[in-house]
Design a binder for this molecule. Structure first.
Ligand SMILES: Nc1ncnc2c1ncn2[C@@H]1O[C@H](COP(=O)(O)OP(=O)(O)O)[C@@H](O)[C@H]1O
Ligand SMILES: [Mg+2]
Length: 351
């Protein structure tokens, strides 16, 4: 147990990250539920584990379950167990995670989309420390510290009645919110070195030769929508493709699909111009079919600068939306480099 904790050492020295670690140390010893919130890949699982191993329960079981991976019935029986023959296919009595986590901690990941039934049973366990196995009449007592995680805005879900507000109140005794990687750029190069050194070791390279300053710049400028998980992937891929311990890594491969032979994207608008068309012509084509109102035929006289600016802003917004706010893809569909796009977004305060 202690070993697996050590292997997962948390890297980060930014103020935002250090204050999260302080918060974790403060919350860990309390026997109350903790809710961890953060975008995907920000390290929620590592933080949950740390909470357990810093608590008084650290020698007791640490049990985890990803709630999004199971449908309602399976989730209920995984959490609370079932009696033999409780439903078709339910063989012997099955111990649920709550029983297995007795005296220890239970980490429920991706909690947001659990059903009303499961939420009701969770509320009862928290309130009374007991539950019934599926198909059972007898209450089972349990002493479990709950740690939950989500990347959704639970208060907003509760307001729309998509999550039980009373359960949220109980779970949210303390809430630890993890900062996205783009808000703690101080950590990027430390994390990158750590992942690169591990990868070099896996590839049996004699050493990790470092990154060129251009490669470091690329790592620092990307906005990492997939956070630390994405950084880890990108660094490992870049080291592996480079595979040379005499020269520093100079190319950061953000997108493994990038290739001159990549099949052309299928475009929703059938009559879009080929890429060779002038930027303005292609832009006009893109803007017209979906948002005719945003780009009416100009009536003179007009303010040239304002009109052009409005056109650019609308175009950027549309391209961002169609690319699900992935800035790299947005740059691609606009025929801009990533840096050009970032420059323009900054100019219009759209970052
Ligand atoms: N501070 C950190 N130091 C080292 N590795 C980290 C850190 N944060 C996240 N990771 C790594 O990033 C990946 C994603 O972390 P994870 O906890 O699974 O994120 P989440 O559950 O928020 O999606 C894992 O491989 C994890 O080991
Ligand atoms: Mg996760």
């Amino acid at each position: 147990m202690t070993n697996s904790f050590k292997q997962d050492n948390l890297i980060g020295e930014s103020n935002a990250f250090l204050s999260v670690l302080d918060h974790v140390s403060q919350a860990a010893p309390l026997d109350k539920p903790v809710l961890i919130i953060g975008e995907r890949g920000t390290g929620k699982e590592l933080i949950a584990k740390r909470l357990h191993f810093l608590s008084q329960r650290w020698e007791q079981p640490y049990i985890t379950l990803n709630c999004a991976a199971l449908n309602e019935n399976l989730l209920e029986s995984e959490l609370f167990g079932h009696e033999s023959g409780a439903f078709t296919g339910a063989g012997k009595r099955h111990e649920g995670r709550f029983e297995r986590a007795h005296k220890g901690s239970l980490f429920l990941d991706e909690l947001a989309n659990t059903s009303g039934l499961v939420q009701e049973k969770l509320l009862r366990v928290i309130e009374y420390g007991e539950f019934e196995r599926v198909g059972g009449a007898r209450s089972v007592r349990t002493d479990v510290r709950l740690i939950c995680a989500t990347n959704e805005d639970l208060p907003a879900l509760a307001e729309r009645s998509e999550f039980r507000a009373d359960l949220l109140d109980r779970l949210a005794f303390d809430v630890i919110t993890l900062p996205p990687l783009r808000e703690r750029t101080d950590d990027i190069l430390h994390l990158a070195d750590h992942f690169a050194i591990n990868m070099a070791r896996q590839l049996s390279m004699s050493m990790f030769p470092g990154f060129t300053s251009k490669a470091q710049q690329a790592l620092l400028e990307f906005d990492w929508p997939g956070n630390v998980r994405e950084l880890k992937n990108v660094v490992e891929r870049s080291v592996y493709r480079h595979n040379n311990d005499a020269l520093p890594v100079h190319q950061i491969i953000l997108d493994p699909f990038e290739s001159p032979w990549r099949p052309a994207q299928r475009i929703k608008t059938q009559d879009r111009q080929p890429a060779a068309a002038s930027a303005t012509a292609a832009a006009a084509e893109v803007a017209t079919p979906t948002s005719p109102a945003s780009n009416p035929a100009p009536v003179l006289p007009l303010d040239f600068k304002d009109t052009v600016q409005n056109f650019e802003v609308n175009l950027l917004k549309q391209a961002l939306e169609e690319s699900q706010f992935n800035q790299k893809r947005t740059a691609e569909v606009l025929g801009l480099s990533y840096h050009q796009l970032r420059g323009i977004l900054k100019k219009y305060d759209l970052l």
